[in-house]
Design a protein around this ligand. Structure first.
Ligand SMILES: CCCCCCCCCCCCCCC/C=C/C(=O)SCCNC(=O)CCNC(=O)[C@H](O)C(C)(C)COP(=O)(O)OP(=O)(O)OC[C@H]1O[C@@H](n2cnc3c(N)ncnc32)[C@H](O)[C@@H]1OP(=O)(O)O
Ligand SMILES: Cc1cc2nc3c(=O)[nH]c(=O)nc-3n(C[C@H](O)[C@H](O)[C@H](O)COP(=O)(O)OP(=O)(O)OC[C@H]3O[C@@H](n4cnc5c(N)ncnc54)[C@H](O)[C@@H]3O)c2cc1C
Length: 674
């Protein structure tokens, strides 16, 4: 039986869940939007972008051929880009349509079940122009790029190397005679590979290449390179470009390959903010920090924390709403089948997903603010805070993407068989988010970057030198006793810090032992990398837990009592969950006892039951319109079975009563005539 709510027919179980929610949903929406004004502005943008129906497809994307899918994605990208230049730019407060507005990014998702072929233009091409060009270069390139007169991408990775940037093989050799750089791909492994939009969409790209001048190599530098004719779009002579083929996801992103055959570009096309080549070929280093050319990657790592939080919010909305309407099994023979959301194991799968979406959303805002502060300092020539920020953004990118991918998959498990349907929305979310764990720096590689910083900080703490804020807890690592366990939120956060400090100490001790036994520093480091990754992970979990807790306390200071309670319950759940996931480590590095852990498990289970009545309210508070969810299982009205059937009937396989395959293959085989 269904019920009508605001002119919408709503599944009665969902209606019942909404009726029993005991906190003000809108208040929580405001917290995560950063205030009521932002919520109103976001809704206005969503109304303008989505109410016209321009985001909808006549035929589901999943039924299109790869070529049709791509063309459809370009069509919608052009509609959305035009909206961004016109209606949305003004509404979102952007002078011209920009790259960092999470609302614009969020709204764009209604247009694409996978991704836009323009993602790299806005996500990396434009940010690189902003971050790596001189003011003169910027004034030439930026207006053209923002106005979409040119479309670009970021081509750094090659067939042979993605992680090890210093190992890239593409060369850019300066020729002072003509004042040009000659770009060349000397080997097959030097071909650029992966750049989004490169296959068919873009006409320009940022190319990262080894710079040679006066016979000397100066390492990798970025160049802006035209690859297709601005009018005909035909690849220019000396350019070999194409699409790399089907992938697990990102199938509307036309990721491409690119090779150069002694291809010439003007000297001014080297992006010269951090280093320059003068007309006579003299190389001049401008930047005070050697890694500033990696700036766009740092920017994207920061953005990705927000990106995956948003996608996890979508998956948890789908899985929680579905779990409220789905009834299964009969544990009590005299009662009706329970909603699967009533099973404690289901709550265990799902509530951590909601809490993690909150934790990552708040960490992403905090990280963005820290990034802005680092950029402001660097503008004044001070790069002192960059190493700490690189360590922080590396581990947050690694853990947020990995946790989100894992929890999105857990949301799929929570939806049983129907979660495996493309129309549930979850497979596309998983395919997108699992890629974020690899691109922009692989998980392990980035955690090892953080570990380098942790080891150095540990040595500073050992020498009683001052520590930077995110690692200040290492100062307590030398007390000689195990950290005292206490199950209050602050106590658990202190224990997480003790784990990170303890694991770092073990790594340092083992490396020193190995070096005393004759191993080189490089080999001793290599042998310790499993533990170094674990230390960096523990550090990151301590940072996330601490930030989440502090931010929720701050943001709910003036909230209504029930909002305070439910937000407190979720942060506590997050802390209990991770403490229980790490019991072995806690036993090693804190005074926790077996009894403490048994008690903590019981407290965790009781917390799940307290959160249960508010579960649907909590996902409603993400305020994700149906157009953004693309889900038969997660729509606001809960008409799950109706939508599943409607989608099934759209399948082209159902257009004819008997498939051609019957007369071609089945019949001859069954009649013994094959
Ligand atoms: C319509 C749609 C709207 C859209 C709107 C916008 C949406 C935005 C969404 C964005 C999505 C974008 C999609 C992106 C798709 C994917 C793109 C890509 O993947 S691009 C390619 C990315 N590639 C990588 O990330 C490569 C990873 N590798 C590295 O970063 C580095 O090679 C390395 C860090 C692993 C090692 O570098 P190396 O030079 O070899 O350094 P060392 O290990 O020797 O370290 C030396 C020293 O430098 C420090 N270091 C390293 N990196 C940095 C840095 N970035 N900043 C500061 N310092 C750095 C390192 O810690 C060492 O320090 P030390 O003091 O010596 O310990
Ligand atoms: C969907 C998608 C989109 C992309 N878009 C772009 C783009 O637009 N532009 C672009 O330039 N690139 C892009 N990339 C490429 C991406 O940045 C790289 O794939 C990524 O940085 C990982 O590098 P790799 O592929 O060389 O992996 P590898 O480095 O070969 O990693 C393979 C394995 O080796 C391990 N490993 C590597 N080095 C070490 C080490 N030092 N210590 C321990 N373990 C190590 C890794 O942990 C991993 O398990 C994209 C990739 C994907 C999947």
């Amino acid at each position: 039986m269904t019920q009508t709510n605001n002119n919408m027919t709503v599944n009665p179980d969902l209606a019942m869940e909404r009726a029993k929610c005991n906190f003000n949903v809108l208040e929580v929406t405001h917290i995560f939007d950063g205030g009521e004004r932002n919520t109103l502005q976001r809704k206005k943008i969503e109304d303008v972008a989505l109410n016209s129906g321009a985001s909808k497809d006549a035929l589901g994307e999943e039924h299109m051929s790869p070529k049709e899918k791509y063309e459809n994605a370009v069509r919608k990208s052009c509609i959305y880009a035009t909206m961004m230049k016109n209606e949305l730019a003004e509404l979102s407060g952007l002078e011209s349509f920009g790259v960092s507005s999470p609302v614009i990014r969020r709204t764009a998702d209604a247009f694409f079940k996978e991704v836009s072929p323009f993602l790299l233009h806005l996500g990396m091409f434009v940010p690189t122009i902003m971050g790596q060009c001189t003011p003169e270069q910027q004034s030439y390139w930026l207006p053209r790029a923002l106005d979409m007169q040119i479309i670009g991408t970021y081509a750094q990775t090659e067939l042979g190397h993605g992680t090890f940037i210093r190992g890239l093989e593409t060369t850019a050799t300066y020729d002072p005679e003509t004042e040009e750089f000659v770009l060349h791909s000397p080997t097959l492994s030097s071909y650029k590979w992966w750049a989004g939009g490169l296959g068919k969409t873009v006409n320009y790209c940022i190319v990262v290449a080894q710079l040679y001048t006066k016979g000397e190599c100066h390492g990798t530098h970025p160049f802006i390179v035209q690859i297709r004719d601005e009018d005909t779009h035909v690849p220019l002579p000396g350019i070999k470009v194409g699409e790399i083929g089907p992938k697990m996801g990102f199938n509307t992103a036309d990721n491409g390959f690119l090779g150069f055959d002694h291809y010439r570009i003007p000297r001014e096309h080297m992006l010269m903010k951090n280093a320059q080549v003068l007309k006579d070929g003299t190389y001049v280093k401008v930047a005070r920090h050697g890694k500033l050319t990696y700036g766009t990657m740092v920017f994207v790592r920061v953005v990705l924390v927000n990106e995956v939080a948003f996608n996890l919010a979508k998956a948890s909305t789908i899985a929680v709403r579905y779990s409220a309407i789905r009834r299964q099994s009969k544990p009590k023979p005299d009662e009706v089948e329970p909603q699967i959301l009533d099973y404690v194991t289901q709550q265990h799968k799902l509530f951590i997903a909601i809490a993690t979406a909150h934790a990552l959303q708040l960490c992403s805002t905090w990280l963005w603010e820290s990034f802005s502060a680092v950029l402001a300092q660097m503008k004044g020539g001070n790069t002192d805070t960059l190493p700490e920020f690189h360590a922080l953004s590396s581990c947050l990118k690694a853990i947020s993407t990995s946790d989100s991918a894992h929890l999105i998959e857990q949301c799929r498990h929570a939806c049983g068989g129907h979660g495996y349907m493309i129309s549930s929305g979850i497979p596309n979310l998983y395919n997108f988010v699992s890629a974020t764990r690899t691109y922009e720096g692989d998980y392990t590689v980035l955690l090892l970057q953080t570990a380098r910083f942790l080891v150095k900080a540990y040595e500073q703490a050992e020498a009683k030198k001052p520590l930077t804020p995110t690692v200040s807890y290492l100062a307590h690592a030398f007390s000689g006793s195990r950290a005292t366990w206490d199950n209050s939120p602050d106590g658990i956060i202190r224990s997480f810090q003790a784990l990170a400090a303890g694991k770092t100490a073990v790594c340092v001790t083992n490396m020193r032992k190995r070096m005393r036994a004759g191993l080189s520093q490089v080999d001793a480091w290599e042998m310790s990398t499993i533990q170094l990754v674990a230390a960096a992970e523990a550090h990151c979990r301590a940072v996330i837990a601490d930030t989440y807790r502090k931010e929720i306390v701050r943001l709910t200071a003036n909230s209504s009592p029930n909002v305070k309670v439910v937000m407190d319950q979720l942060t506590t759940l997050y802390l209990y969950y991770w403490a229980l996931e790490r019991t072995g480590d806690l036993l090693m590095f804190t005074s926790v006892s077996q009894k403490d852990l048994v008690d903590l498990q019981i407290a965790y289970e009781e917390l799940l039951l307290k959160i249960r009545p508010n579960a649907v309210g909590l996902v409603d508070a993400f305020d994700l319109r149906d157009e953004l969810l693309h889900s038969t299982l997660g729509s606001y009205d809960g008409r799950v079975y109706e939508r599943l059937m409607e989608e099934a009937l759209k399948s082209p396989m159902n257009k004819e009563p008997v498939s051609d395959a019957y007369s071609k293959y089945l019949r001859p085989m069954m009649k013994g005539k094959l």
